[in-house]
Design a protein. Structure first.
Lengths: 239, 291
């Protein structure tokens, strides 16, 4: 469904991605883990068309989208949940959702989709008329996810949904991600919170300074010595 | 009693002039909201609108055709500027499109001056004008029309931004362009629509200006342009209701200060006094960051 092939991205003369290859199949949840500055956000932006890919290609649904502007990629079915939420602060919750519904054909269609995301996130329904900037961190993250769902994307790109949230709220967000997975959504999840990422993922990539260094199914990743010791903390064990 | 009527008359003509400033400022504020640039060339669009109306009216004698010609010419010119200058320079530092914008304005003035002459041309629609008399109060029809047209078109624009999908997308784009793009907002399309609309406002403002002062000239944009800048600073950058309010306040304040204190300072100086005082009182503009 998505193939990122040998992608290189530079900021000025500094390489942020140095030949990254990542694949996501239909119905899969794939996690890309890595430390601060590893290039996770850059990878998502390269897929979305928000940074310039110097070398390599991005193929989505069999189509080479490397040269397409972001809005056309969105139209093809890429959903985007940006790092740090990036809500439209002076739009209401519902207006944020309406922006997300770029491919809805009619008002009825938008209504229908609003109902769907409100039933997945009932708290957003209560806050529908409120400005997005007044939401709590957890609510804001839910809105960022709900906003991407409004376009019924084929693949959702999520950039650190756990960022800056209290552990209990992180659990709540990941329960929702799990729910999306069970509904059959394909997700590419980028996370520093490795423990949570491994709870929902089918496959895992480890990104270090712009290069993929490990690619494994999730069960093997949990037992990989580097991931266990460096990313999960040496003593941590998984059942 | 006489003093009261006189004061009221000044307020009404202040509102009339202010609504011309407001109509100009609306276009600027739309563009500023989206692209974060001061669209100085908007004053050139204003001049083009005035001459388009002048030519169409001279040829046909029909007011509706003159208005349509002005709206058509300004929106096309605005979209051409967006396409050829602002969109290609979107990733450049903001002073680069600003400098080009100033250059385009001066160029437009000079081209119009060369084609139509440097001197003002009389501008009026036959059968339109005069005044309404209510007892001792006389109201100028042109001024009243300017006020009503600006109020109605601001309301329409505000509803468009609040209630339609293209309006909501425009707001999203102005708040976070990168995210809006990635969520499927077609940036060039939204920018063109905003330029077309904003420029049409300049066309309408130009006609109101021509009718109100009875003439147009290639340099008519100079004063109006910097006043419109004052207005969007007053109203809060990117705010539609702020532009309306700012325009009306500036017009009235200028009119009253000139009427009663013209021996101290010229009219144009008062615009900046109003700006400075309001910025001290409300540095974020009248309405801050709202539509
Ligand atoms: N706009 C930019 N200009 C210059 N360098 C940048 C820019 N954005 C990112 N970088 C650099 O590129 C590298 C990768 O950044 P990126 O944001 O992709 O990392 P990340 O894995 O998402 O980090 P985090 O976990 O902190 O979000 C970092 O070294 C960062 O400093
Ligand atoms: Mg990041």
């Amino acid at each position: 469904m998505l193939a990122v092939n040998d992608v290189h991205v530079y900021y000025g003369t500094i390489a942020a991605l140095r030949g990254v290859t990542v694949k996501v199949d239909e119905g899969e949840v794939v996690a890309v883990i890595g430390r601060n500055g590893a290039g996770k956000t850059t990878l998502i932006k390269a897929i979305m068309g928000l940074v310039n890919v110097v070398k390599g290609s991005v193929v989505f649904d069999g189509e080479d989208i490397t040269g397409l502007p972001p809005w056309e990629r969105a139209k093809l079915g890429l959903g985007y949940v940006p790092e740090g939420r990036r809500l439209f602060p002076y739009l209401t919750v519902e207006e944020n959702l309406i922006v997300g519904a770029h491919n809805a054909r009619s008002r009825e269609e938008i209504k229908k989709r609003l109902e769907e995301v409100y039933s997945l996130f009932p708290r957003l329904r209560e806050r529908r008329g409120q400005l997005a900037r007044t939401l709590s961190g957890g609510e804001a993250q839910m809105l960022a996810i709900a906003r991407s769902l409004m376009a019924r994307p084929k693949l959702i790109l999520m950039d650190e949904p756990s960022q800056g949230l209290a552990p209990i709220v992180v659990d709540e967000i990941f329960n929702k991600i799990m729910e999306l997975k069970r509904e059959g959504h394909s997700i590419l999840l980028v996370e520093q919170n490795v423990k949570k990422a491994l709870e929902v993922a089918d496959r895992v990539y480890l990104l270090e300074t712009g290069k993929i260094v490990i690619e494994l199914p999730v069960e093997e990743a949990k037992n990989h010595p580097v991931i266990r010791e460096v990313y999960l903390g040496a003593k941590q064990r998984y059942k | 009693m006489g003093a009261l009527v006189e004061g009221l008359a000044h307020i009404i003509s202040g509102l009339a002039v202010g609504s011309i400033y407001a109509a100009m400022a609306l276009g600027l504020t739309l563009v500023y909201g989206l692209l974060k640039i001061l669209h100085i060339a908007h004053a050139g669009v204003f001049v083009v609108g005035a001459y388009a109306a002048y030519i169409a009216y001279s040829a046909t004698g029909n007011i509706a055709i003159a208005v349509l010609a002005s709206i058509a010419a300004t929106s096309v010119y605005g979209v051409i500027l967006a396409k050829s200058i602002y969109l290609p320079l979107m990733d450049k530092p903001r002073h680069i499109p600003l400098m080009l914008s100033i250059a385009i304005y001066l160029l437009t003035e000079e081209v119009v001056a060369n084609v139509f002459g440097h001197y003002p041309k009389g501008f009026r629609f036959h059968g339109f004008g005069g005044s309404l008399n209510w007892g001792v109060l006389r109201i100028d029809v042109t001024g009243l029309t300017a006020i009503l047209v600006t109020l109605a078109s601001t309301l329409a624009l505000w509803l468009l931004l609040k209630r339609t999908r293209i309006g909501i997308s425009s707001q999203a784009l102005s708040q976070d362009m990168e995210t809006a793009k990635a969520l499927g907002v077609n940036v060039p399309r939204v920018v063109y629509i905003n330029f077309a609309l904003g420029s049409a406002f300049a066309g309408i403002a130009a006609i109101m200006y021509g009718l109100y002062y009875g003439s147009i000239s290639p340099y008519m944009g100079d004063v109006v342009a910097y006043k419109a800048l004052v207005v969007i600073v007053l109203g809060g950058f990117g705010s539609v209701m702020g532009a309306l309010l700012g325009g009306l306040i500036l017009g009235v304040a200028e009119e009253l200060l000139t009427a009663y204190f013209s021996y101290i300072l010229p009219r144009e100086a008062y615009a900046f006094i109003v700006l400075i005082v309001l910025l001290i009182l409300r540095p974020q503009g009248l309405l801050g960051r709202r539509v």
